[in-house]
Write a protein that binds this ligand. Structure first.
Ligand SMILES: NC(=O)c1ccc[n+]([C@@H]2O[C@H](COP(=O)([O-])OP(=O)(O)OC[C@H]3O[C@@H](n4cnc5c(N)ncnc54)[C@H](OP(=O)(O)O)[C@@H]3O)[C@@H](O)[C@H]2O)c1
Length: 298
C-alpha cells in the first residue's frame, strides 16, 4: 500500500445530461456530429440522431460507476482532461452528465455495461479512456449471520463481484482501441482493517485490491497500455459517511470513531479527494498499485 498526498487538477465542464439507454434505444448507426449539436431533446423523446459521439469528437472518454453521488459525482465534476465525455453508470442520474442506468448489484445488468464499454471503446481514436469504479455500498451494516440475507447477497454482488466482472469487461473492450486506458477502483482502508459490522464491505475491498494488483501485473506483461490503480480516498464527507454515523454501536462497534472524526471536522471534501485521485494517473506508479490517501489527523 502506497501513501501519497499532493496537489490538484483543473476542472472539466459537464455536457448536457441524457440517458444512454434512451440514446442507444435507436437502432440507427452512430454518426459523427459535433458535441454541441446534441441537446436535451434526446432525453424527452424527440427524434434522435443515433448515438452521437464517436472517437472523432471526444478525446477523453470517462466511465464512472456510482457517478450519481459522493466521490463518483466529484470525480465527474473535476475530470482534469480537455473535451471529456463522462458517462455515469448507476441507478440515479447525475444532472448534467450522460447516464447509463444500471443496478450493479444485479448480475443481469453487467452484460449491458459490458456492451456499453464495447460499443463506446471500439475504434475510439481519442487520447485516453478511463473507467472509475466508485459504486459501492455499506448496507446492510451489521454482523454476518444477523443481517437480512437478501441485502447481504446484494452487497456481496456489488462490492466483491461487480468490480471484477466490470473490470474484466473494460479490459476486454480496451483491446479494441489504441488509446491509453486506465482502471481506477475506489477502495477503502476497510480492505486491510477489521471493522465489525462491515464483513462483506471489508471482504469486497480486499478482493478489489488483489484484483487490481493481479490485473496490473498482467497488463504490465502485455506492454502496459492499460494501467490499473486502486485508491482508498480517506474519510470523505458523502452520503455513505452519513450512513455510517447513523449506525448503532451494536451494528457497528467503531461508529464513534467516525462520529468523532466528523465532529472534529476532519472528513475530506469529495472534490478535493477526487482531484487527488485524478492526479495519480499522471504519476509513475506501478501498474496495479494500491494507494491509500488517508492521513490520520495530528
Ligand atoms: N466516503 C468515504 O469516506 C469512503 C471511504 C473509502 C471508500 N469509499 C468508497 O467510495 C465509493 C463511493 O462512496 P461514496 O462515499 O461516494 O458513497 P455514496 O455517496 O453513497 O455513493 C455511492 C454510489 O454508489 C452507487 N451505487 C450504490 N449501489 C448501487 C447499485 N446497486 N447499482 C449501481 N450503483 C450503485 C450509488 O448510485 P445509485 O444510488 O444512483 O445507484 C452512488 O453513486 C464506494 O465504493 C466506497 O466504498 C468511500
Amino acid at each position: 500500500m502506497v501513501l501519497l498526498r499532493f496537489g490538484s487538477n483543473r476542472a472539466a465542464k459537464p455536457r448536457a445530461a441524457r440517458s444512454i439507454r434512451e440514446a442507444t434505444g435507436s437502432r440507427a448507426p452512430a454518426e459523427v456530429i459535433s458535441p454541441g449539436a446534441f441537446s436535451h431533446e434526446s432525453r424527452v423523446g424527440l427524434p434522435r440522431r443515433g448515438f452521437p459521439y464517436t472517437a472523432d469528437v471526444v478525446s477523453n472518454l470517462v466511465f464512472i460507476t456510482g457517478g450519481s453521488s459522493g466521490i463518483g459525482a466529484a470525480m465527474a465534476r473535476v475530470v482534469p482532461y480537455s473535451d471529456p465525455r463522462v458517462i455515469n453508470i448507476s441507478r440515479r442520474e447525475l444532472e448534467g452528465y450522460d447516464h447509463y442506468e444500471a443496478d450493479l448489484a444485479d448480475p443481469a445488468a453487467w452484460g449491458g455495461v459490458a456492451d456499453l464499454f464495447a460499443r463506446e471503446i471500439e475504434g475510439f481514436a481519442g487520447e485516453r479512456v478511463v473507467f472509475v469504479h466508485s459504486a459501492g455500498t455499506l448496507q446492510p451494516i451489521g454482523f454476518a449471520g444477523e443481517v437480512p440475507t437478501d441485502a447481504y447477497v446484494q452487497q456481496v454482488l456489488l462490492d466483491s463481484a461487480s468490480p471484477q466482472v466490470l473490470g474484466d469487461a473494460f479490459l476486454r473492450a480496451a483491446r479494441k482501441t489504441r488509446a491509453e486506458c486506465h482502471v481506477v477502483m475506489i477502495t477503502s482502508g476497510a480492505a486491510f482493517t477489521v471493522f465489525e459490522g462491515w464483513s462483506a464491505y471489508c471482504a469486497g475491498k480486499a478482493a478489489m485490491d488483489q484484483w487490481v494488483r493481479t490485473t496490473g501485473a498482467e497488463q504490465a506483461r502485455r506492454g502496459g497500455r492499460c494501467r490499473l490503480l486502486a485508491v482508498a480516498p480517506g474519510i470523505v464527507e458523502t452520503p455513505m459517511q452519513r450512513e455510517i454515523r447513523a449506525a448503532s454501536s451494536d451494528e457497528l462497534p467503531s461508529v464513534e470513531v467516525f462520529v468523532d472524526i466528523h465532529a472534529k471536522d476532519q472528513c475530506r471534501d469529495p472534490e478535493e479527494a477526487a482531484r487527488e485521485i485524478w492526479s495519480l494517473l499522471d504519476r509513475d506508479l506501478e501498474n496495479g498499485a494500491v494507494v491509500d490517501l488517508y492521513v490520520p489527523a495530528d
